[in-house]
Design a protein around this ligand. Structure first.
Ligand code: SF4
Ligand code: SF4
Ligand code: F3S
Length: 402
């Protein structure tokens, strides 16, 4: 009698295992998709990460030989905005990623399973991919009073993070909550919320900040690791330099107005209607590193400044507690604020002064970036792109770089 009863979860798990044993090249061929689709995918990732076009061919080759990457996505103290953003990636689309390139083995928001079955899926994915899965974390982790303020399935976020991180290959912290504490850490931070890197010290961590991050920055970062088998080059805050290497101000189309000292004084004045610079109504673009001015949002349609609102600085640590969103940066304490105030008053020299401040800040910041992080970024070949035969080799050495 028992032999006649088939557990549907076992069947699904077996199909998934069989699919994951194939390389991506084999899987795409089975679906009637050509290698050209891999090249197209790789070319896009190379383009948005400002890599030489020649890299795309190498990426496509590696992708064809790799297996689908197991990804476990944990959600802690958050608003689900980062997942919402992730699902709106235009290229690669979420479908490209989760149906063709990754195996999203656990995501409380996107998975069908719930309760005991969902927790079992996480444990199973961890056991099957020990040392090889990528852990994505969304949301801050409360530390106060032993971390009792946020829990799921009877375990605190702190316990779940430590448990899941211990066998992860690398961790991607998505959103300003997971990277820097974010809104849950806003003064007076009642739950003692912190980002992932305040807790996990022995794994490579990539910070993809933003509230939320640009969807293509999230999918692009995962795709980069998948197709090149190493972590992208990171800045001093652990963010991929390709996406966080320049300020919004560096690439803002309103910059010529800033250079000429032409500023909107309110959101409905003549200057605002003429598209003048939003610096004086609080734009934090000059001190914010992100790709909004180039990649934009909603498939490259627009970004906050183009829609008439200043940048809030949502990809920078502490943006939630740095004074009013509608106060100019110059009213902030510190070197950047003072120099920008003088520069903005001087009109045409503003851009030059700002560029000097930003370049100097960047140079100092990159110097501060730890040798460990540089080593991970430049040299560590992660075993994610190896075939099943190769992945039997020990991965400990790679993780030890972290
Ligand atoms: Fe929500 Fe922003 Fe936190 Fe993402 S970073 S979970 S969008 S509050
Ligand atoms: Fe653009 Fe803001 Fe810089 Fe003005 S201050 S140029 S609106 S980024
Ligand atoms: Fe955030 Fe500023 Fe971009 S508020 S979405 S970093 S323009």
């Amino acid at each position: 009698m028992n032999q006649m009863f088939k557990n549907p979860f076992d069947e699904i798990a077996n199909k998934r295992l069989a699919a994951n044993a194939q390389t991506l090249g084999e899987q795409l061929a089975n679906k009637g998709m050509s290698r050209r689709s891999l090249l197209k995918f790789s070319s896009y990732i190379a383009a948005i990460m400002a890599l030489p076009p020649t890299v795309a061919h190498a990426m496509a080759e590696k992708l064809a030989a790799t297996r689908r990457q197991s990804v476990i996505w944990l959600s802690f103290q958050e608003c689900t905005g980062c997942t919402e953003s992730f699902t709106r990636s235009f290229s690669p689309t979420l479908e490209d990623l989760i149906f063709d390139f990754i195996s999203l083995d656990y995501s409380e928001t996107l998975m069908n399973a719930s309760g005991v079955a969902a927790e079992a899926a996480r444990k199973q994915a961890m056991a099957e991919n020990k040392g090889k899965y990528i852990l994505v974390v969304e949301g801050a982790i409360p530390l106060k009073d032993g971390g009792i303020y946020s829990a799921s399935a009877g375990e605190s976020n702190l316990e779940v993070l430590k448990d899941t991180a211990k066998d992860a290959l690398a961790i991607i912290a998505v959103g300003s909550c997971a990277t820097f504490g974010g809104i849950p850490a806003a003064f007076p931070n009642p739950t003692g919320a912190v980002g992932v890197d305040k807790i996990i010290k022995d794994k490579p961590i990539i910070n993809v900040s933003g509230c939320p991050p640009i969807p293509e920055v999230m999918t692009g970062t995962i795709s980069y690791i998948l197709s090149l088998g190493k972590l992208p080059e990171l800045d001093d805050l652990g963010r991929p330099l390709s996406f966080y290497g320049e300020t919004i101000h560096d690439r803002c189309y309103r910059r010529p107005f800033y250079e000429r000292g032409l500023f909107a004084k309110s959101f409905d004045d003549e200057g605002a209607r003429k598209g003048y610079c939003l610096y004086e109504v609080g734009c934090k673009g000059p001190i914010t590193y992100n790709s909004c001015a180039t990649l934009k949002w909603n498939g490259g349609l627009t970004f906050p400044i183009q829609s008439g609102h200043g940048c809030l600085g949502c990809s920078e640590p502490g943006f939630w507690d740095k004074g009013g969103f509608y106060e100019p940066v110059s009213t902030h304490k510190g070197e950047v604020g003072k120099i920008l105030l003088a520069a903005a008053g001087a009109g045409v020299v503003a851009g030059t002064a700002n560029a000097v401040v930003m370049r100097s800040r960047r140079a100092q910041a990159l110097k501060r970036a730890s040798k460990k992080a540089q080593s991970v970024a430049d040299n560590t070949m992660l075993p994610v792109n190896k075939t099943s035969k190769d992945t039997n080799t020990d991965t400990k050495g790679d993780n030890d770089h972290a």
